[in-house]
Design a protein around this ligand. Structure first.
Ligand code: ACO
Length: 327
């Protein structure tokens, strides 16, 4: 039986760091408000590097770490809610940048659940395509700073830019890293979190008429959604796997707000020590946040081969997703 393994992980964040104190100089906010409500202390903000560039940096690191030739990649997926453009897909740009000429490349739009949805799609592609899809590169990347209204303190303080990803490979070993998953979309709540919204105009627009709207979010509704739906999604995936919550070594959750993570740990009756966080350094990086945390945990050897990891994302859509892997 063909099985799949997470071969390498990598991340990249732009060099410019913006602290809460920096933000308090340009808007009516404070380090005390931001850190006590969210756990965020700073974020990395991109100056001139677009999403495809952050993702290309991650892609190059993944190739270097693995020693793989770019031409050996069969599928390249980018999860993003802040693509460079409507078309071409950011994945197509990255494919061209690294010379992965054989790879089929497309984007997934599922906001902060994007990386988890991407894992699911990658697994299904690999299983159904057999030997024609053996090597997959999956990256979550965002330049959210370009879609934020920097005069809106209720959203501007929450987000950061970054990219992170994994290489997946079919191998001959006897157990797949993919254990079970649970994904849900709640489209009727789509208006609770929007970015890049466009209007269908009554006239025939010409250059200059086209406008896209900045990020907007009903924070309280998303908070309620996350603290209710993420535990359900984790429990569903754990049950499907025939595991118990106690058998999960780490819960690698989307980093939107440390209070959300704490609340989810409480609802699942699991020790907060099993819920690592890095939101203080990066803020909410949407589709990049789960792989960014995964890469840090793998790099500092907190996560070891054979451990059971539950990864969950939630956000725009509204979407929620959990993927359990045996790392
Ligand atoms: N600095 C200072 N004061 C602020 C700020 C700020 N940056 N932002 C809001 N306030 C004020 C508000 O104006 C309000 O003042 P008022 O009481 O005088 O009206 C007060 O603080 C409380 O505001 P709330 O919005 O009620 O604050 P809340 O406690 O709900 O926290 C937060 C807001 C942090 C956004 C929280 O609701 C949250 O984390 N929600 C979840 C967001 C999330 O998880 N998003 C993830 C999805 S992201 C994705 O998919 C891309």
């Amino acid at each position: 039986m063909e099985t799949i393994k997470v071969v390498k992980t990598a991340h990249y964040v732009p060099s410019k760091v913006v602290t809460n104190d920096d933000l308090s100089k340009i808007m009516d906010t404070s380090d005390e408000w931001i850190s006590s409500r969210t756990g965020i202390k700073q974020r990395h903000i991109s100056i001139e590097e677009n999403t495809s560039q952050l993702c290309t940096n991650v892609a190059e690191q993944l190739l270097e770490k693995s020693g793989w030739d770019a031409e050996s990649i069969d599928l390249l997926i980018i999860a993003t809610m802040s693509p460079d453009s409507y078309t071409p897909a950011t994945a197509a740009l990255v494919q061209g940048n690294i010379g992965a000429h054989k790879a089929l490349a497309f984007d997934i739009s599922a906001a902060c659940s994007g990386f988890i949805y991407g894992l699911n799609v990658a697994e299904k592609f690999m299983v159904s395509s057999g030997s024609s899809c053996k090597r997959v590169m999956l990256i979550g990347g965002e330049v959210l700073s370009k879609v934020i209204d920097w005069t809106d303190r209720t959203t501007a303080v929450l987000f950061g830019d970054g990219a992170a990803g994994v290489l997946l490979e079919q191998n001959e070993e006897d157990s797949s890293c993919f254990v079970s998953s649970s994904l849900h979309t709640y489209g009727e709540q789509g208006d609770k979190l929007e970015a890049g919204k466009t209007d269908a105009l009554s006239s025939f627009p010409t250059a200059g008429d086209h406008k896209i709207k900045a990020f907007s979010m009903s924070g309280r509704d998303v908070y309620k959604f996350a603290t209710h739906k993420v535990p359900v999604s984790i429990e569903e995936a754990v049950e499907k796997a025939g595991l118990t919550l106690d058998q999960i070594d780490y819960f690698v959750l989307h980093q939107a707000n440390s209070r959300i993570v704490t609340q989810i740990a409480k609802r699942l009756d699991q020790s907060l020590a099993k819920f690592p966080m890095n939101i203080a350094k990066y803020g909410n990086t949407s589709a990049a946040s789960v792989p960014l945390l995964l890469d840090e945990l793998v790099s500092n050897k907190a996560i070891k081969r054979g451990q059971i990891i539950a990864m969950s994302g939630f956000g725009g859509g509204l979407t929620v997703g959990t993927q359990i892997i045996k790392y």
